[in-house]
Write a protein that binds this ligand. Structure first.
Ligand SMILES: NC(=O)c1ccc[n+]([C@@H]2O[C@H](COP(=O)([O-])OP(=O)(O)OC[C@H]3O[C@@H](n4cnc5c(N)ncnc54)[C@H](OP(=O)(O)O)[C@@H]3O)[C@@H](O)[C@H]2O)c1
Length: 303
């Protein structure tokens, strides 16, 4: 039986992978994250604590579980925090991957990892897999270094790069879509930039791509993002429309007005042809993604 180790199971992507895979009888799934407890019922999901930055712990858990594949959803994902906490960001996003690689080598496991459009400078999106990365933020640099750890590792690996991931999860760090919904529901006005343009991605498409890489025995880099290209401001207006919220609370601004700690690539977006043809994935457009998000929130009693 295939044994799947999921790292970062308490995050948005990790929760989705846990839900998607634990139902499949052909897999034995072990969920892990650096928290002591799992957000889902421990009786329904196998769970153990694992901090990917702790080399010895990673080595002993991987040796005892003997995974066929490691799905790494663990990461430091706050771009501005990474800019100001560089050492910690590097430890999680690069050293953490090194620890997984070293442990995977011993048991012959494959690693499927997640990266970002922030490895590009945003001057000429949409990008294909073989376009030249040139990160402009520390987060982007560390994520590219994490990719390179896998490239030189000699083990079988897959990397899914993705963009502005949204979806509902339990006790997760907020994402752009949830922030817009929660702010507008509270009657708060928000400022959204019209000069950061990309393809927001529903988390289900990302999780499915990781599973397909494993199931179809693929390797290498795949670009997976939603099928529609929008600015953050346009995305926020679409969210307001879908959730019947007051779009007049959304102010249109430029990135320079936000004074964020980390610079953002302005024009990204992905060419997803490789994922479509090799993984058989057709990613959602914004209306489809938001309709699904609405259903997820309704079933969690958050409507
Ligand atoms: N979200 C986006 O818009 C976006 C865009 C492009 C790419 N990505 C990539 O997609 C992947 C998944 O992101 P996501 O949206 O699911 O982010 P997320 O919700 O922040 O999940 C990441 C999870 O990793 C956990 N974690 C942090 N340090 C850890 C450690 N040392 N050991 C084990 N777990 C640790 C985090 O826990 P704590 O939060 O409690 O620390 C969190 O639960 C990441 O690789 C990210 O870089 C995300």
């Amino acid at each position: 039986m295939n044994r799947i180790l999921i790292c970062g199971s308490n995050g948005l992507l990790g929760q989705r992978l846990a839900q998607m895979l634990s139902r499949k009888t052909e897999y034995e799934v072990l969920n892990t994250s650096h928290h002591r407890t799992f957000v889902f019922d421990h009786q329904l999901f196998d769970y153990t604590q694992l901090d990917i930055t702790k080399k010895g712990d990673v080595k002993s858990l991987v040796s005892s579980f003997q995974p066929t594949v490691i799905l790494n959803a663990a990461a430091a994902t706050n771009v501005d925090w990474c800019e100001t906490h560089r050492e910690q960001a590097w430890t999680i996003n690069v050293v953490g991957v090194e620890n997984l690689v070293e442990a995977a080598k011993r048991v012959g496991a494959k690693i499927i990892h997640v990266s970002t459009d922030y490895v590009f400078d945003g001057r000429e999106g949409p990008y294909a897999e073989d376009d030249r990365p040139n990160p402009i933020s520390y987060y982007g640099k560390a994520k590219l270094a994490g990719e390179n750890v896998l490239r030189i590792s000699g083990i079988p690996f897959g990397i899914v790069r993705t963009i502005v991931v949204y979806g509902y999860g339990i006790k997760i760090k907020s994402n752009f879509a949830l922030w817009v919904i929660e702010s507008l529901r509270a009657g708060k006005s928000i400022r959204c930039v019209d000069d950061q343009i990309s393809n927001p991605t529903h988390v289900n498409d990302l999780a499915l791509a990781m599973v397909r890489i494993f199931e179809r025995q693929r390797e290498g880099v795949y670009h997976v993002s939603g099928s529609e290209t929008v600015s953050r401001h346009e995305f926020a207006v679409k969210i307001a429309e879908s959730f019947r919220l007051d779009s007049s609370l959304i102010q249109q601004i430029k990135s320079s007005e936000l004074q964020q700690a980390a610079p953002r690539p302005l024009l990204t977006g992905f060419i997803t042809l490789k994922a479509e043809t090799e993984l058989g994935i057709r990613t959602m457009n914004i209306l489809e993604g938001l309709t699904l998000l609405k259903r997820e929130m309704e079933s969690a009693g958050r409507n």
